[in-house]
Every structure is written in structure tokens, then in C-alpha cells.
Design a protein around this ligand. Sequence first.
Ligand code: ADP
Length: 634
Amino acid sequence: MGEHAFQAEVGRVLSLVINSLYSNKEIFLRELVSNASDALDKLRFRSITEPALLEGEPALVITLRADRERGVLVIEDTGIGMTEAELVDNLGTVARSGSIEFLKQLEQNAHDQKGDEQNQQAEKKGLSLIGQFGVGFYSAYLVADRVEVTSRAAAANQAWRWSSSGKDTFSIEPAERSARGTSIELTLKVDQKHLLDEWTLRDLVRRYSDYIAYPIEFESVKEGKATREVLNQANALWQRPKSEITDEQYEELYRHLTHAPYGFEGPLARTHFRLEGTVEAVGLLWLPKSAPFDLDDPRSQRGMKLFVKRVLVMDDCDALAPQWLRFVRGLVDAEDLPLNVSRELLQESSTLRTIKKQVTKHVVDLLDEIANSQVGDYQTFWGAFGRILKEGLVVDAEWKDRIAKLTRWSSTRGTDLVSLGEYVAAMKEDQNAIYYITGESRPMLEGSPYIEAICARGYEVLLMTDAVDTWAADAIAEFDGKKLVNAMRADVPLPNDNAADNTNEAAKNMGPLIEIASKALEGKVKSITTSTRLLKSPACLVLTAGAMPAHLENALRHAGKQVARGSRQLEVNPAHPVVDKLAALAKANSHDERLGEWVTVLYEQALLAEGSPIDDPIGFAKRLTDLLGQAVGI
Ligand code: ADP
């Protein structure tokens, strides 16, 4: 009871909403209607096990009422309602996980607003950020000076009124309300009085809220009698035949389900399907255009809703799709599940397993279709979600082959991404493997010593820079009969290796140098061999069985894990003049102490080239200074 201060972040959300949406004020209605619909969903769901919540008054309806004299618009629902504590928590704080953090981004964005064109851009960006965040209730202040929320939670005795002019505080007081649910009274701003007009409201409902499955009724008093008129179709949109649903209606439903406000980018693509036979269900799924801020968290799976016979029974139903499709948004409406399913029960349900498989199939089919016919859209998809899809290669053998076809990679060929199919089609006649290399960034990989000989033959090399790629490539293992070969591993096979003959010749002289190097680098490398993969570089470190590439070791260290460097083999290039000269010196005088220092420098620069930290930076600096000294003739 009494006067409460808003949580500081609420004020920030409010001003951001108002700044970003001032040209789309009318979206407040869809936001409030959407909340009302959620409240009705909740009541309907809970009343399955607690019929008393219906209080003998089963009507589930949203009512719009206009009071012209007071300039007040009322949006009322017979949903679950809110207790005093819920009013305080839900309408006085910003509670969603990660949202406070996220607000900083929003604000940064608002601060960046300058100039007219930039202003528009910032508004767009603001919208897209808000789209991930949800505008919700606070959008009421786009059109109202003052908002009063009177609510009685289902089966509670006492009703409460929340009111605020959206400045710093709100107040809570006991109220009278016989009907279950929530009534929101908006005292409209002077320039928003047109919102009291029935035709304006009808138009807004048709435009933004037609997908709502509950009746939205306009109540007016004519000649002393209250009359009600239904403004929407009031049935589940996804149950209608596809041909009767417009793109706009699909999009509004998408926005409702994803809490994205009007003006925020629509989805990239959708698939709407009906399962018949042993399992009956309807699925309506979307691919968003951009990634939510918490996508990388594998626990974030807030996109799929489960309905049973039109009743929403579970938000964020992670049993509907594999984790590697956690970017998919939408719903499944099943006929053959009990209404009171629990998450545990779902894990066991064979019906649900069938549904999950069909959902996966429909999404993968959709991706295939876009990849083949809308290349630009597929690039957008891949940029936002490719790294998540690749997780499927590693964890889901059943779908591996189909996912492999959908992958796109950077390559030495050019700046466009290539598919494995394109790679294979462009392979040289004598080439028999798909070469790739993994690391932190494209420039680092392009200049890397590991691929010198491979590129010199005109073979393309895939440049993989996502953390998951090492595992993803291991999982693919083979595509179209061609093995995937990591150019950083020991024993990279190159067909018809003529270079090997020349280097074999040179390698004969290498014995003494390799012996010296083995002593100098004892404990640092597993072994030292001559190399055929290098052209311009004198040496490189290759991974022996099971060792992780340097960038993954680094990532684990950054994450605070203790990681010892995995086993490496030092390959030296006998055809390189420096190595050749060192070998000759070693042959002439195996006791020359400088040789140990010099091969250590070779090893250290190979560490740098693979992206690893140097074990002994001070020693390295000293060795380099000595070499510089010799170079300038000291
Ligand atoms: P969101 O709907 O995105 O969660 P809102 O700011 O719109 O955010 O609403 C905050 C919360 O207030 C909702 O999650 C819901 O719990 C509650 N709420 C809002 N409107 C209603 C309503 N009409 N009936 C019951 N609860 C509501």
C-alpha cells in the first residue's frame, strides 16, 4: 500500500520507450491487448487443475470501453489478475533476466542520437533493441498522462489499484472490483482523444491484434443500454487454412509471441504445417532476422510455445526442438497431449518425440529452401545463427549430414562464403581432400604457414574462426566422399608430393641440426621433423593426435581454466635457405652453442604463428636482440 518509487531502471525504460516509439504511438493497444491475452492464457491453463479460479464465471474476454466525458480509455480482461505484490513487482520493476545489463546498450544507443538522418537510424536501432527486450505495459505512457490498473487476482478477495503518471513514483491502494481480472484505465493525452473513437479502435484491433484467440469486444452505451461488438476474429490464427491468413496477420502473431513491438523487424521466414496420422498437431515456426542478446547461452530457449487444443500449456517449451535450433520462434498446437503436461512428462512422451522430429525436419527443410532460392536471406540467417546451427553437427548425429549441407565457410577463394558442395565442385583434379584451418581471425589464418604448400597447389582452404568449428569439422569428418583435413595437424596428406622428393634430398643433411634442436627444445615439443607443407616459412608447429588448436587453448585460459599446451611437433622446412644454412653449420660443428639459441627462435616464432603465447618472452627478446646485434655487425 501507499506510495512507491519505481526501480531506477523503470524510468530509463520509460524514457527509452517514449523516445524510440514516439512515431508509433498506437502500438500501445497491441501491447496492452497482448498482455491481456497472456493473462487469459494463464488463467485458462491454471484452471485446468484449479477450476475454482474460474469463480463460476468462465467468460474469457477482453473489453475496450471509451469514456468520452473523462477522456478515458479502458482495456479490461477477465484473466488471472494481479495481487498487490504482483502489481508492485510487475509494474514497478524491470525483472527480466539480463535486462538491466541490456538497458545499458539501449541507453548508449539513445545517447548516440544526433542529426535528422542519424536520428532515424538511431530510432530504428533503438526499436530493434527494444524488440529484444519487450516494451509492454510502459507503452501506455505513449498516449496517456496517467494510468490506473485495477486488478483482482483469480480467487482472491481483495482488489488493488496501481496508479501513476509515469514520473518517479506509483501508488497502490485497496480497491473494489467484483469481476476477476484486470482493468487498465488510460487518461489520454490531449492530442490522443481520437483513440476514444470506435472506428479508430476497430481499425487498430484489426491491424495489430486480429490474431488474438479471445474475443476483443467494444462496449458502448447506446440509449441507456450497454451493447458489445466483437472487433476481431477471435480464433487461433494457426488453425485457419494458410490461404486465409495474410502476411500481416502472421507477422502480428509473431510479434505477440516474441514480444517484439510494432516497427521492429519482422521474421526472416516461416513454416506453417499440419501433422496428421499417429500424431495430430499444427506447427507455426519462424526464423528471426537477428540474434537475441543471450543466444550464446545454451540455456536460453525461450522461443517455442506448446498449446494443447488451443490452450497455451507451456512457454519456452524446450522439448519441442533441439538446442541447436534454439533461435526458432513459434508454437506447436497438439491434439493428443494431456492439458496438464509437465516438463518431466514431456521428456518421456513419444508423441512429443514425434513432434520434435517433425519440427526439426520442417525447420531444416525451410533452411534448405532459403539456401537454394533466397541466397541473400540465407546469408542473413547464417550470419545471425550459423554458429548455433553448427552445434547440431557435434551433438546430433541423426541430422549431421543435412546440417553439413547447410553450413557456409570463409575460404581462401575470395570473400564470399562457400558451402561444402561448392568447395567439392571446385576441387582441383588431383585434389582428394577438403582442407581447412581453424583460428582466431581470417587475416591470421590467411597468412598462416600451415597452408603455404596447399595454396601453392591451387587448392582452396576453408578458414574457420568460430569456437565451435574445430569440433564441427571433426564431426563432419567427410563430405561427399572427401575427407576434411585440418592443415594444422601432423601428417597432412598431399597427393603426388613432388616437393617431398626435393625436400627428402635436403632432409638427408638435417640429422645433426635435428639432434641439436631435440636437445634445445626438450620437453617443449614431442618431436622434430622435416616438412613438406611449408614454402616461405622456415618452421611451424603442428598438432599431434588429440591436441587442441592454440585459439581454443587461449579461449579456455581466458575463461579461467588451467590449460597446459597440447602436444606439438616442430616441422622445419629443409628447403628454406635459413634452415639449410643452419643444417650446414650443425654438420660442420655440432658444438656451436649459438645453434641451440637459433632453433629456439625458430620454435618461438612458430608459437607466435599458431597464435600461442611465448613461454619465455624475456629470453625471446634477448635472443632477438642478439640476432639484431649480429645483423648490424656488432
Ligand atoms: P511483458 O509482458 O513483456 O512481460 P510488461 O511490462 O508488458 O512486460 O508486463 C509486465 C508483467 O506484468 C507481465 O509479465 C505480467 O506478469 C504482468 N501483467 C501485465 N498486464 C497484465 C494483465 N492485464 N493481467 C495480468 N498481469 C499483467
